[in-house]
Design a binder for this molecule. Structure first.
Ligand code: SF4
Length: 344
């Protein structure tokens, strides 16, 4: 994708100061143990994987907050906990002060679910192939009881199709009659149908042809400006994040290692891992020139390296990096988990 095709944000779209989404000390451990009897016979212990390890972040209303990292960094696990699809092992997520996972009355839970939507990586898998597009988009409107009159509902579906750049007559067709980019537009229309204020976009363009990626990203940005949406944007692609996000969190093996405004992160990266990721991003002006690849492999998350998880790949590793877990330090407006900063 030519990132130059992604529009620059319009002026006057500065996020508000109000915090809409807050994740505190979020943790998720998966138990990968074999059945009890196998473990007994083979004298094995339990096997666990800490996919997310004490992650904190907050998102202001109207902002795009991007979580970036390689595969296995925990970003999709965080996305699923934030939208209420996966229960955290510990910690909390709240939207406008209401805990997503708190025990609540059914009506409150429904109201919460309506406010949060998710757009997935693969639009083909996320749409029901046997339903016409109009039924797919009308389903959340019906489920949340937003419009009960069928004629008014059909009108709203046509309006949503226009909003995402499709023809209202496309509602008669089935998902397989569309291209990948058009299917992602249908998924966006369905996400908008419940009138959410917060949308989690999990790698929304990585399954699409390079030629249509910029169009879908521009659509997401236009919708944000028109509808005042707040996004959590999950991506492994820093070139895309640079043009979409106002705030960025960098994840490595389940820990947030750096958090800063997009402007600061891209102009003055602090953490050695962030620097390594940025070195691997082709510059717009240098497109076509071979980029430096990310050194080393991400370690097995079941047995992460002790101390700083990044130490086996870090070009600036010190002796104590192998034993001390770096605390969060503040360098200017950046939060960074690295022993090169602070007094430790
Ligand atoms: Fe590198 Fe040490 Fe900083 Fe980890 S704590 S990123 S190993 S310098």
């Amino acid at each position: 994708m030519n990132v130059a095709e992604i529009k620059q944000p319009a002026s006057g779209t500065v996020p508000s100061q109000e915090t809409l989404v807050e994740a505190r000390d979020l943790r998720r451990v998966f138990d990968l143990s074999r059945p009890w009897l196998n473990r007994l016979i083979e004298r094995e212990g339990r096997v666990t994987l800490t996919a997310v390890d004490g992650v904190d972040f907050s998102i202001r209303r109207g902002e795009t907050y991007a979580l970036v990292g390689e595969s296995g960094s925990g970003k999709s696990t965080i996305a699923r906990m934030v939208v209420g699809l996966l229960k955290p092992t510990a910690g909390s997520v709240s939207i406008a002060g209401t805990d997503v996972w708190a025990k609540a009355q059914a009506a409150e839970q429904r109201a919460m679910r309506r406010r949060i939507q998710m757009i997935f990586q693969d639009p083909f898998a996320s749409l029901n192939q046997r339903w016409r597009v109009q039924s797919i988009i009308a389903e959340p409107i019906k489920a949340f009881g937003l419009i009960t009159n069928p004629a008014d509902r059909a009108e709203r579906v046509a309006e949503l199709l226009s909003l995402v750049g499709l023809d209202p007559r496309d509602g008669q067709k089935f998902p397989h009659e569309f291209s990948g980019g058009q299917r992602q537009r249908i998924a966006i229309a369905r996400a908008l149908a419940s009138e959410p204020e917060f949308i989690v976009c999990d790698e929304p363009t990585s399954a699409l042809d390079v030629s249509v990626q910029a169009q879908v990203l521009n659509l997401l940005r236009d919708l944000q400006q028109r509808l005042g949406l707040t996004y959590l944007f999950i991506s492994h692609n820093l070139a895309v994040v640079r043009h979409m996000a106002s705030q960025v969190g960098v994840l490595y093996l389940g820990r947030l290692v750096e958090e800063a405004s997009a402007q600061e992160l891209f102009s003055e990266p602090k953490h050695p891992y962030t620097r390594m990721l940025l070195d691997a991003v082709p510059d717009i002006a240098m497109e076509g020139i071979e980029r430096r690849s990310i050194a080393g492999e991400i370690p097995n998350p079941i047995t992460p390296p002790p101390g700083c998880h990044f130490h086996p790949r870090c070009p600036r590793v010190m002796a104590h990096c192998k034993t001390v877990i770096p605390p969060v330090e503040h360098a200017g407006n950046t939060s960074v988990r690295c022993l090169l900063y602070g007094s430790t």
